[in-house]
Design a binder for this molecule. Structure first.
Ligand code: KIV
Ligand code: ZN
Length: 524
């Protein structure tokens, strides 16, 4: 397998990575990230080297607006982009949220397929053209960097969509993104659509053409690649492939596909691939969405060899069964970094090495948590620290429910839990409540006691336990999804004690479901 060197690379073949984890990704069922969590992810995306961060959809809620604004103000490096429909209010909200960024972008969209125009928007093709003209012109009066997307592009009448795109370009859009919104396209069709668009709209030669694919038929990455091979030079994707329904194209798969097959494809990105695994773990913990074990690139088994013949081959020569090196995606950086006797300075330095800047109160809280764990677990690796710190980020969140304490009595076939939780109170503070319940086992009892304490009838819909690292004293990571009156919430918890991790994951999932229930339902 030959590799392409930096020298051989043609700037015209550089593919821009547009990350939409915080916008389309956050539209996944059960996910609701707060401002601090979004900022943490955005900083990590900047370390990963993405070109554009789509930070949110500011008109949808004051919380989303504030998160986008905080990212625009704090995160350096990538373009910071906000989504807007074509209305003036949407575009003004998007601009207010991103205007302080080093490089702000407004992304405006409207559907161009007849089914969306007639049934969803209940308007006409002519009206859509008028809206696009006005929206792009207004956005361009605010910033030079405007992206336009004809939603449901892959199911739109091509000649009509070309007309719409020509209008967006005339008004000054510099990026045109044609989404496969419902994940219906086939790779050949999607590529042919771009080839034809180039013929119909010559002005596209001066713009960046972009792909945005959903995974309903498992083709999001294949379709994205087909679009890139047809000349597109921006790909919209999300970490771990999260997103509406079956998700978006997975960033890590696209990046490693382009890198591993660069000699054949000739396309390249500016991604620092050694940050991929860490970004994937951070997003998984903060969203509460576990990564499936056999997920390409970042799954636990992506570089594991089970069959004896394979193990033997890899020991003799790694490339007999591996097409990528786990180190390239940052999967092997798990050295021991701290021990039981390490002090506050050592913890701060280790966290800085991992990219977290923690001072003052946050450092005190992280140090307390570290000491509790180090007493039970002699040494902590980089992955342990990362898991604890991301877990700590969620503890003490204002306005969220939290598990303060619990006691358990359990025997064969019997368990009783008493929990103490803090619940948000009307004045913005919090109050303590306790709850008692019996259950089939300790975890069932603690979940039911949390329901009693929060007076919330949450039902468990998914529960997974895995170890953060290997070994008998490994930290346990529990992922939970609950349903509260038809609204789902996902949460994770990390601890040396699996029951505690489960309780924390459950109460976080419950908080997310309650927050989503009270949030406005406006989505793209
Ligand atoms: O899938 C889609 O069409 C979108 C647009 C808003 C770009 O997410
Ligand atoms: Zn989408």
């Amino acid at each position: 397998m030959s590799t392409t060197t930096e020298r051989d690379r043609d700037p015209a073949d550089r593919v821009k990575i547009f990350d939409t984890t915080l916008r389309d990704g956050e539209q996944s069922p059960g996910i609701s990230l707060n401002r601090q969590e979004k900022l943490e992810i955005a900083h990590q995306l900047a370390r990963l080297g993405v070109d554009v961060i789509e930070a949110g959809f500011p008109i949808t809620s004051p919380g989303d607006f504030e998160s986008v604004q905080a990212i625009a103000r704090e995160v350096q490096g990538p373009v910071v982009c906000a989504l807007a429909r074509t209305s003036k209010q949407d575009i003004d909200a998007a601009w207010e949220a991103v205007r302080d960024a080093e490089r702000p972008r407004i992304h405006t969209f409207i559907a161009t397929s007849d089914i969306h125009i007639e049934r969803k928007l209940q308007t006409s093709r002519e009206d859509v053209i008028g809206q696009v003209r006005a929206a792009v012109a207004h956005a361009r009066a605010l910033t030079d960097d405007v992206e336009f997307s004809p939603e449901d592009g892959s199911r739109s009448d091509l000649e009509y969509m070309a007309e719409v795109i020509a209008v967006a370009l005339e008004e000054g859009a510099s990026t045109i993104n044609v989404p496969d919104t419902v994940g219906y396209a086939l790779p050949g069709e999607y590529a042919a659509m771009f080839t034809r668009l180039h013929e119909l709209v010559p002005a596209l030669n001066d713009a960046v053409l972009s792909v945005h694919c959903h995974d309903d038929l498992g083709l999001a990455v294949a379709n994205s690649l087909a679009g890139l091979q047809a000349g597109c030079r921006q790909v919209e994707c999300a970490i771990n492939g999260i997103g509406e329904r079956a998700g978006n194209a997975s960033l890590e798969e696209i990046v490693m596909l382009l890198r591993t097959r660069e000699p054949s494809l000739g396309l390249w990105t500016g991604i620092e691939t050694r940050e991929i695994a860490r970004t994937s773990r951070l997003v998984s913990r903060l969203t509460g969405y576990p990564v499936q074990p056999n997920k390409a690139i970042v799954g636990r088994n992506a570089f594991a060899h089970e069959a004896g013949i394979h193990q033997d081959g890899v020991l003799k020569e790694r490339t007999t069964y591996e097409i990528m090196d786990a180190e390239t995606v940052g999967l092997k950086s798990n050295a021991i970094v701290l021990g039981k006797h390490s002090g506050r300075h050592a913890l701060k330095a280790a966290l800085e090495e991992l990219g977290f800047t923690v001072d003052g109160q946050a450092l005190n809280a992280a140090f307390k948590r570290f000491k509790e764990v180090a007493d039970r677990k002699k040494s902590l690796s980089a992955m342990d620290l990362e898991a604890l710190l991301t877990d700590e980020l969620r503890t003490g969140e204002i306005g969220a429910y939290a598990l303060e304490d619990f006691t358990l009595k359990a025997g064969r076939g019997f368990a009783q839990a008493i929990v103490e939780v803090s619940v948000p109170s009307d004045g913005g503070g919090s109050a303590r409540r306790s709850g008692v319940s019996e259950g089939d086992g300790p975890i069932d009892a603690i979940f039911k006691a949390i329901n009693a304490a929060t007076a919330c009838d949450a039902a468990l819909s998914d529960f997974r336990v895995e170890a953060v690292t290997e070994g008998e004293d490994a930290l346990g990571q529990v992922s939970v999804v609950v349903d509260v009156a038809g609204v789902s919430g996902a949460g994770q918890g990390v601890s040396t004690d699996t029951v505690q991790a489960a309780g924390e994951a459950y109460i976080r999932a419950l908080s997310v479901a309650l927050a989503r229930r009270s949030a406005p339902a406006l989505r793209s």
